[in-house]
Design a protein around this ligand. Structure first.
Ligand SMILES: CC(C)(COP(=O)(O)OP(=O)(O)OC[C@H]1O[C@@H](n2cnc3c(N)ncnc32)[C@H](O)[C@@H]1OP(=O)(O)O)[C@@H](O)C(=O)NCCC(=O)NCCS
Length: 188
């Protein structure tokens, strides 16, 4: 297993990475409040609710989820989660979710978080990883496509925003082996 905390280089300086725990609850809520509402739609739960963050921490404590937090001067700038579902026969599958704060996008944080989570996935013997996003998340689509993810399902009218408007969700997946074939690009 990777050792945390650690420092990483971004395009605009250094950030530190650590594994999320119960101590991050308040900071995570503060981070969630900085996010554009539309960016929350691909998540399973609404992280603006403190009790959702409580449940998230419980899943981390039970080993179902692993979240890596990126921060600068103790302020969260992004996080990535690897989440195993509840289905016994899909224990080799995990969902990847990444979120970077609007002021820190396109500085390389997303790529760093993906790299760390794939390292963890390898360690946990996960064979297939998928990610969900609304169709208009062009940054996310480009990033995942570049990493070898392919569109697997288009879920029509899958999410409804706070104003009641529905959006389609794209699910993209990659075999960890396919990703590994390209691993040198990500310094793995
Ligand atoms: C997707 C997301 C995590 C990317 O994070 P990021 O820190 O901005 O990404 P990086 O700076 O590491 O960029 C990695 C690559 O993604 C692609 N990318 C990122 N933002 C992009 C944009 N706005 N337009 C086009 N491509 C983009 C590029 O290929 C980029 O590589 P490059 O910098 O070498 O050109 C971030 O935009 C985000 O949090 N979006 C909202 C939440 C979301 O949609 N999450 C994905 C669902 S799991």
């Amino acid at each position: 297993m990777e050792t945390f905390p650690k420092q990483v280089e971004l395009r605009n300086g250094q950030a530190s990475l650590h594994l999320m725990s119960g101590q991050d609850k308040a900071d995570m809520l503060a981070f969630a409040k900085t996010l554009p509402p539309h960016d929350l739609l691909f998540l399973r739960r609404d992280i603006l609710k403190p009790r959702v963050i409580e449940t998230w921490v419980k899943k981390i404590e039970s080993g179902k989820n692993i979240s890596v937090i990126a921060s600068i001067n103790d302020e969260i700038i992004g996080y990535g989660t690897l989440s195993r579902g509840e289905i016994d026969w899909s224990r080799h599958v995990a969902e990847l979710r990444i979120m970077v704060g609007p002021n820190h996008r396109e500085t390389g944080v997303g790529r760093v978080l993906v790299r760390e989570l794939f390292r963890i996935a390898l360690d946990k013997k996960i064979e297939k990883i998928y990610a969900r996003m609304t169709l208009d998340q062009t940054g996310a689509r480009k990033l995942f496509q570049e990493l070898g993810f392919h569109p697997e399902a288009l879920l029509e009218n899958e999410v409804k925003d706070r104003e009641g408007k529905v959006h389609d969700v794209l699910s993209m997946a990659v075999d960890v082996e396919t990703f590994l074939a390209r691993r040198d690009r990500y310094g793995l």
